[in-house]
Design a protein around this ligand. Structure first.
Ligand code: NZQ
Ligand code: ZN
Length: 391
């Protein structure tokens, strides 16, 4: 392991059946006013809302609501949330939902006491927080993003056709998160498999970088094997608690900063996927799956040894000529993705060829992976991600 690093993860987790009882330990630590943030209504249909509200009331909280957080939350909605948080004089923001709700809560938390233009400050200039941060807690209902234990906040600006993530520091991580796998049982299969692929992508974005011998890569391989094993069970039986709980736990470790330690990390699949998201508003994990195979086939020659190691250690491909082994690994991965029912081309997500120029423009270029892409390569990858281009 070559890179230097500092490691601290301040989020306290309550995991498992009945984990919501953890709120009784956490809520007394904060003032009376709680801004309860949630999405489009799934928590009202599956009973999670009543359970959370009962805990809040039992702990003597005054609850202010901010519902209607959409998947891929927008900057305009964040501004609305800031106004609500101010009006409520919120002491705690409690996010109940998936990554969108958690990300949104973090964006509001760093903006309530900020006098600047929050889009420009956090999502264009990537400035650090220079004001008080309202504490955030999460009750997770959708698995994939890792937002429950990281500083990530991904916000969309539809007018500018940009979807951008700011990875904030420890001061913005949720103070606590409640992870009850049963709260995810009502997820539609499309969302479940999308989340599963989001997890895989997070691990791969960190794994496919560097050539040194790094403990993080061994952890990543273990997480990937567990994910693939449990995903195969969960797609057959979404109510298999063991599989769903393993997936939930893997999601957290896939993006809570641990496996990035000592690594440069790639993140180009996410940059490509976020550009697709900015133009289509498609489901996050599906935007990643649709661009992954063309991207990985493109960079494989620049990191062939690592792709061969991935093929052997994760997909069980026998050792052989590195390039052949590496390509066999990607072929197994692609077959698995198709079996899961993931989107494998951009047309499935409502993208059209007319959006190509815009998507290329919206793609941020990162420099931590095996190849720094040129705009022309980004275009070629998007073109290949259109199903008809491959046919
Ligand atoms: O809005 P409701 O009605 O709650 O429905 C949601 C939403 O439509 C539904 N859902 C959630 N839990 C459910 C449920 N439906 C039934 N039963 C349940 N238990 O699922 C839909 C998707 O929810 P969302 O929160 O949007 O999904 P996800 O967790 O995948 O979050 C996606 C957002 O997170 C960002 C993405 O870019 C995207 O904006 N990301 C955040 C990251 C981070 N913080 O580090 C990293 C990721 O790479 C990702 O970029
Ligand atoms: Zn992701």
């Amino acid at each position: 392991m070559i890179g230097n690093f500092t490691y601290c993860n301040p989020t306290k987790l309550y995991f498992g059946k009945g984990a919501l009882a953890g709120l009784d330990e956490e809520l007394p630590k904060y003032g009376k006013n709680v801004l309860l943030v949630y999405g489009g209504g799934s928590i009202k249909r599956n009973g999670v809302y009543e359970k959370v509200l009962a805990r809040l009331k039992a702990n003597g909280k005054t609850v202010f609501e901010d519902g209607g957080v959409m998947p891929n939350p927008t900057i305009d909605k964040v501004k609305e949330g800031v106004a609500r948080a101010k009006a409520a004089n919120a002491d705690l923001i409690l996010a109940v939902g998936g990554g969108s709700v958690c990300d949104y809560a973090k964006a509001v938390s760093v903006s309530v006491h900020c006098d600047e233009d929050i889009w420009e400050k956090y999502f264009i200039r990537f400035d650090d927080v220079s004001c008080e941060v309202v504490p955030v807690g999460c009750v997770l209902t959708m698995v994939g993003t890792g937002s429950e234990m990281n500083g990530g906040s991904v916000i969309t600006n539809p007018a500018q056709k940009l979807k951008i993530g700011h990875v904030f520091g420890e001061n913005v991580f949720p103070k606590f998160s409640v992870l009850d796998p049963e709260f995810t049982f009502t997820l539609p299969k499309y969302q479940m498999v999308s989340g599963i692929y989001d997890i895989m992508s997070h691990i791969l974005e960190q794994y496919f970088s560097g050539t040194d011998d790094n403990t993080s890569d061994y952890i990543a391989e273990g997480l990937l094997r567990s994910l693939i094993h449990s995903a195969d069970i969960a797609v057959e039986n979404p109510l298999d608690y063991e599989a769903r709980s393993n997936i939930m736990w893997t999601a957290t470790w896939a993006l809570n900063t641990l496996i990035a330690k000592g690594k440069t990390t790639d993140w180009m699949v996410h940059m490509l996927g976020q550009a697709v998201g900015a133009h289509t508003n498609a489901t996050h994990g599906m935007t990643l799956s649709a661009v992954s195979m063309p991207y990985y086939r493109h960079i494989l020659p620049y990191g062939v040894e690592k792709f061969a190691r991935y093929a052997q250690n994760v997909w069980g491909v026998p050792a052989g000529d590195p390039e052949t082994t590496a390509r066999a690994g990607l072929a197994r991965m692609e077959a698995w993705m198709r079996k899961l029912g993931l989107a494998m081309d951009l047309t499935e997500l409502g993208a059209t060829r007319e959006m190509l120029d815009g998507m290329v423009q919206s793609t941020l270029i990162m420099d931590g992976g095996y190849k720094i892409l040129e705009k022309a390569e980004i275009r070629a990858i998007f073109e290949e991600s259109f199903g008809e281009a491959r046919a």
